[in-house]
Design a protein around this ligand. Structure first.
Ligand SMILES: *Cc1c(COP(=O)(O)O)cnc(C)c1O
Length: 397
């Protein structure tokens, strides 16, 4: 598969551990946690200079903080982005990226297979401010072209999408966005920076929920927006400072520790997910199995081109609809029922009654979220134990 991070100055794994580190005068080994909302100044003159940007340094934690800055710098290095801004949650990152780009009278086109909250922002929140939105089948390039209007300013997509693991050709959509004068924003949560680099594929902006694989241990919320210096300064910087969805320094510290092991975890979890997906595909009670690492994935050819590896997630349909899916979930012992993903602990969820319950059955069907669909997030347990757990749950289902 393609190497998504081929030309960094230092290797990805090295930046995961060292990127962006700011040592204090105490020369600590581990990143310092600066739990402070503000900073003191040597003089009123220095304070004045700090505020007008002539004296580099920190002012107030809503604007920036040394621990948060380490996280931002490390993420920028990992993504190959010029600039990054951390946010309190992944949804704060998505909302700020879109609100920063759009204003009344503009139009956004988005792939319809979206995480429930992302779809809410596009479909319900933005139109309240006079922004039109169109949802399309993101895998259909002609649909992106057909949706363009004179006022189209933004394209937005997730790939692989939550929870159907549908994959979109980012390079092709980026080219269409460019020809329309629109910016492409990619929510890269499912791929992680280990397996996919949307900026290198032509996207203008990438967002993450750091809550998922970046923490990877179910401890805290976080988000990040990555783009060029110019993009961040023009669209994001002032909006974040003045509206305040800032990341807590404590969460930034937790996330820095999470990043140290990101590639180890994602690679191991992906390997286990591949083993389990192949095994599940052969089970009689599994009527549908979607995994981006399999040849039978509908977009296998695009995946081989644009991703360095598949996914830590699997979607499957159990024969017998909702009732069978519930029996399956209730019989799991190692996989726990939870809507988080990317965790060291294996987790399973029924999207139709949780993350996607707000939608009507018709809309869910159009997103590929059937009543029998279960999403598995594969963790760090031994794959044989996970397989035994799934086998027993399938027997009960
Ligand atoms: C979880 C998730 C989000 C939102 O992240 P939070 O940190 O929970 O706000 C956005 N997009 C995708 C694809 C997600 O999985």
């Amino acid at each position: 598969m393609a190497d998504p991070h081929s030309t960094p100055k230092r290797h990805f794994e090295t930046e995961l551990v060292h990127g962006g580190t700011l040592r204090s005068q105490f020369a600590e080994t581990s990143e310092a946690l600066f739990l402070t909302q503000g900073h003191v100044y040597e003089s009123a003159e220095q304070c004045e200079k700090r505020f007008i940007g002539e004296d580099p340094g920190y002012i107030y934690a809503r604007f920036s903080n040394p621990t948060v800055a380490m996280f931002e710098k490390r993420m920028a290095l990992l993504e190959g982005a010029e600039a990054a801004r951390a946010t309190a949650t992944g949804m704060a990152a998505v909302t700020a990226a879109l609100m920063g780009l759009l204003r009344a009278g503009d139009h956004i086109v988005a792939a319809r297979a979206l995480f429930g909250s992302c779809r809410y922002v596009v479909e319900e929140h933005l139109p309240r401010y006079g922004i039109e939105s169109t949802l399309i089948d993101g895998t259909d390039l002609a649909a992106w072209r057909a949706a363009i209007r004179p006022n189209t300013k933004v394209f937005f997509l997730e790939s692989p999408a939550n929870p159907t693991l549908e994959v979109i050709d980012i390079e092709a959509v980026a080219a269409i966005a460019k020809s329309a004068g629109a910016k492409l924003v990619v929510d890269n949560v499912f791929a992680t920076p280990v397996w996919q680099k949307p900026l290198a594929l032509g996207a203008d902006c990438v967002t993450y929920s750091a809550t998922k694989h970046i923490d990877g241990q179910g401890r805290c919320l976080g988000g990040v927006i990555l783009a060029s210096e110019e993009f961040i300064n023009t669209h994001i910087h002032t909006l974040l400072r003045q509206t305040g969805p800032a990341m807590s320094p404590f969460n930034a510290w937790v996330l820095l520790k999470g990043l140290e092991t990101l590639s180890l975890r994602v690679e191991r979890q992906t390997r286990s997910a591949s083993l389990l997906a192949d095994w599940l595909a052969d089970q009689k009670k599994v009527t549908r199995l979607i995994f981006p690492g399999r040849k039978d994935h509908p977009q296998a050819e695009i995946i081989a081109r644009q991703m360095g590896g598949p996914s830590t997630l699997i979607a499957l349909e159990v024969e017998g609809g909702k009732a069978a899916a519930f029996r399956f979930l209730n019989a799991l012992r190692i996989f726990r029922i939870s809507n988080n993903l990317g965790d060291a602990k294996s987790l399973a969820v029924h999207p139709a009654t949780t993350t996607h319950q707000r939608f009507t059955p018709d809309v869910r069907a159009s997103m590929g979220v059937g009543d029998g669909l279960v999403r598995l997030s594969v963790g760090l347990e031994h794959p044989d134990d996970l397989k035994a757990d799934l086998a027993e749950a399938l027997r009960v289902a």
